[in-house]
Each structure stands twice: as C-alpha cells, then as structure tokens.
Design a binder for this molecule. Structure first.
Ligand code: NAD
Length: 422
C-alpha cells in the first residue's frame, strides 16, 4: 500500500473529529465522518457546524469538493485506508468509561482490511490501544494488528477557541504498535499537520497526553490554592503572578479560576491515577490533591459571593445574582463539566434568583432554574451582585463595570471600584 492513502474515515464528529475530518479533506483525502448522533449527521450534511472552530463556510467548502460527507450508517465505513477514532472517554463512577472506544472498534473492525491503518485519538490511559482496542479490531476482522494492518495512537491537542494554535500548526505526537504502523500513522498526519513527533510506542503516546493535562491540572490547582491563601493574607496574588511571569525561564504562567471544566482536565488526570492505583496499588497524590483543590473552587466562589453580598448588608436568599458564563472556558460553547454549573446550583439552593448570560451556550443547556439574560443595562440594574466566571470576547465589560453593582471577577478581566478579584 502507498503511504499516501485516499479514503479516510473519522469516527466521531465532535470537537476533535470534525476538525480532523476537515483538515483531511483539505489535504486531498476522500473523507467519511462516521457519527452515531443522527441530528449531528443531518446538520453536518446541511453545512451547519456545531463546533465553533469549524465555520459553516469551511464545512460547506469541504462538502462542495464532493470528498466529505457525514453518515450514521456503519456500512459507509467500508473500504477505508485510514480510520481515525475520536469518540468520548468519560469517567463513570470514578472509573474510566471506555465503552465508546469499544463500540466504535466493534463497528469499524469488519471493515479493517490488510494494509489499512487504524489510529486511536481519544484520550485514555496507557495500554488502551494494545490491550483493549487491538483485540476488538482483531476479533472483528480476523486480522492481526501490526502484521496484517497498521495500528497506532496519536493524541489530539486541539484547544477549542484558541485563535493561534490549531490542528495544523500544533505538533502532533504519533506512535504505532510496530515500526511499520508508526510509518503509516506518521505518513498520514504528515499530510495534515506541519510537524509530527514520533515516539517509540503507543503507551508513551498515551502517557504524553495525560502528562500534558495532568501538568495543567496540577498547576491550576497550585494557583487556585494560592489565590485562596493570598486573599486571607491580604496579598494580591494576581500581581505576584504577573511579576513571576516576567521570569524568562523556569516558570510558566497559570491563573486562578472558578474550577476546571471541559472534557479534559476534570477527567484525564483521573484516568492516570486510576491506572496507577489499579496497577501499582499507589495513589497518585498530585492528581488527588489537584482534584480536591479544583473541585472545591466552586464552593469557594459561592463563599466569596456570600461575603460580597454581606458587605452590602444583603443575604444570598432573595438577591438577584447575574452570572456571566456557563461555558467551561472563554469563546467556546462547550459546557461539559463546567464549574459554573455547581456555582449556579449552590446559589439557587441558597435562595438566590440567578440570571445567566452566555451567548455561546444554547439556552437549553442552562440549569433550568436559572433565567437566561442578555446582560442589558436593565439586567445589570436589577442585579445585587455580578459573578464573572467566563471572559468571552463578546461580553460588554464596560457595561458591567459602569453599572454600580458589586462584581466578583474570577478571571481578572474587569477593572473598576466595584470589582473584586477571586
Ligand atoms: N474537546 C477537546 O478539547 C479535546 C482535546 C483533546 C482530546 N480530546 C479527547 O478526544 C476525544 C473526543 O472528544 P470530543 O471533545 O471530540 O468529544 P465530542 O463529544 O465532542 O465528540 C465525540 C463524538 O463521537 C460520537 N460518538 C460516540 N460514540 C460513537 C461511535 N461508536 N461511533 C461514532 N461516533 C460516536 C458522539 O456522538 C460525538 O459526536 C475524547 O477522548 C477527549 O478526551 C478532546
């Protein structure tokens, strides 16, 4: 088989899979986006993208080439040279839930042929590709990974909403179960991205992704805990972070926030700690500590809201709290595992009226008891306190700071006499 295959299937057309599919079309491949969600399939084929980083225009251009279509029919996977699997890997009751990988593997296995290349992209613990995924593919195809078909793992580093770093210019780590598999996995991604980074085995590639996200998780926990202590010590932690960030070596800037969300940080490090505990019987203390600190940040935010209202001789019960942001971070519609949700729920439980402003996240994903708002001058005038959780670019920050309402800014994005930082 040539190292330049033609037909690509991308399994899962979400935040990770859709950008890969689009890039593969742009690189000249014939691409099928296999997706179990019929609604998403219909939207995609109608040139409507549910992923902000992929515009409707870009999707329409891909469709217009005649080399992209989405489908929910597994039979449409037949005849691929390369398949990339990017399905969810959530936690279920503290245990990694690999059922999506298992189901995806079982449905693509009958279509694996001699010489085809299968690449797992979903984030998971080391060993998944060889110990879990390969046997499913082998059982369903009657072929042997590494001997009859190529198999590898390549973690995705996509950062939704990041205007500077996308799939194309972010180096891509690639691996294979043997040297020939690595060659094919790398050959494929060399056509999609500017730089590939080969590692010697799939476990190293799987660990790379978990290392990156655990590093971030732990450092965010560090500044979060520091923010809490600094407030009590009467020291401006944000100023210290700014000053430390001037050090040109040996320091990396992380900033406090209301907690961590999305599909990665609240989950991926726990995949690693689960595996360490299960295999070695040790607890991964850094991950446990970071989980503990980051998970409790929403409680701390609520305590700060209580204190701020108290300063104005008000209780949470009966107050109107205008919350900005339900997405887990700026400029994305992704509200999975968002720390805003427990904050809003706690405020509601304490008896507040919660109004919620977020133009990125569909109102259907708001907690039902929170009222959608636009952040108009009337909304601000009716609020007793503003809680600024997500700094989306499209927010009218001046309107907030000029409203004369006390503000708890968890992102240090606002300036004014009524603004307190986390
Ligand atoms: N979102 C991110 O920023 C990000 C970044 C890097 C890595 N990842 C990892 O990539 C993987 C996918 O994440 P995502 O954010 O794209 O999730 P997502 O939920 O946005 O997309 C996954 C898609 O797969 C579909 N799906 C589920 N089972 C399927 C099956 N058997 N066959 C076909 N389609 C199926 C779902 O309907 C969904 O549309 C996860 O392991 C995640 O940890 C995510």
């Amino acid at each position: 088989m040539s190292l330049i295959p033609d037909r690509v299937v991308v399994v899962g057309q979400g935040y990770v899979g859709l950008p890969v599919a689009m890039r593969a079309v742009e690189a000249g491949f014939d691409v099928v986006g296999f997706e179990v969600d019929d609604d998403k399939v219909g939207q995609l084929n109608g040139s409507s993208s549910h992923v902000e980083d992929i515009t409707d225009e870009r999707l329409a251009s891909a469709i217009a080439t005649g080399r992209y279509r989405a489908t929910a029919d597994p039979a449409d996977m037949a005849g691929f040279d390369v398949v990339v699997v990017s399905v969810p890997t959530p936690m279920g009751d503290g245990v990694p839930d690999l059922s999506f990988i298992e189901t995806a593997g079982a449905s693509l296995a009958p279509h694996v042929c001699r010489g085809s290349t299968v690449i797992l992209e979903s984030t998971t613990y080391p060993g998944t590709t060889e110990e879990l995924f390969a046997p499913i593919l082998e059982a369903g195809s009657g072929l042997v990974a590494g001997t009859d078909f190529h198999l590898g793992y390549s973690p995705e580093r996509i950062d939704p909403g990041n205007p500077n770093w996308g799939l194309e210019n972010t180096p891509k780590v690639v691996s294979g179960v043997d040297a020939e598999s690595l060659k094919h996995v790398q050959g494929f991604f060399d056509r999609l991205v500017e730089r590939t980074v080969p590692v010697s085995g799939t476990r190293e590639a799987e660990l790379t992704k978990l290392l990156e996200n655990t590093f971030r998780h732990v450092n965010i926990a560090l500044v979060n805990e520091l923010a809490i202590f600094s407030k009590d010590l009467g020291i401006d932690v944000w100023e210290a972070i700014d000053a430390a960030s001037t050090k040109p070596f040996g320091y990396m800037r992380f900033t406090p926030g209301p907690g961590v969300g999305g599909h990665c940080l609240p989950i991926d490090p726990s995949y690693l700690s689960w595996q360490v505990e299960r295999t070695l019987g040790h607890s991964f203390r850094f991950v446990e500590l970071a989980n503990d600190v980051n998970k409790h940040m929403p409680d701390y935010v609520v305590r700060r809201v209580q204190a701020l209202l108290n300063d104005h001789s008000k209780a949470v019960r009966g107050s109107t709290v205008l919350v900005y942001g339900i997405a887990y971070k700026a400029n994305t519609s992704d509200a999975r595992e968002t720390p805003s949700r427990p904050i809003i729920e706690q405020l509601l439980e304490l008896g507040a009226t919660v109004q919620l402003v977020d133009a990125h996240v569909p109102v259907g994903q708001f907690p039902p008891a929170a009222t959608p708002a636009l952040g108009t001058p009337a909304d601000l005038a009716a609020a007793d306190v503003v809680v600024y959780l997500v700094d989306h670019d499209d927010v009218d920050r001046d309107a907030i700071t000029s409203a004369g309402v006390p503000v708890l800014d968890c992102r240090r994005a606002l300036k004014g006499p009524d603004v307190q930082y986390l």
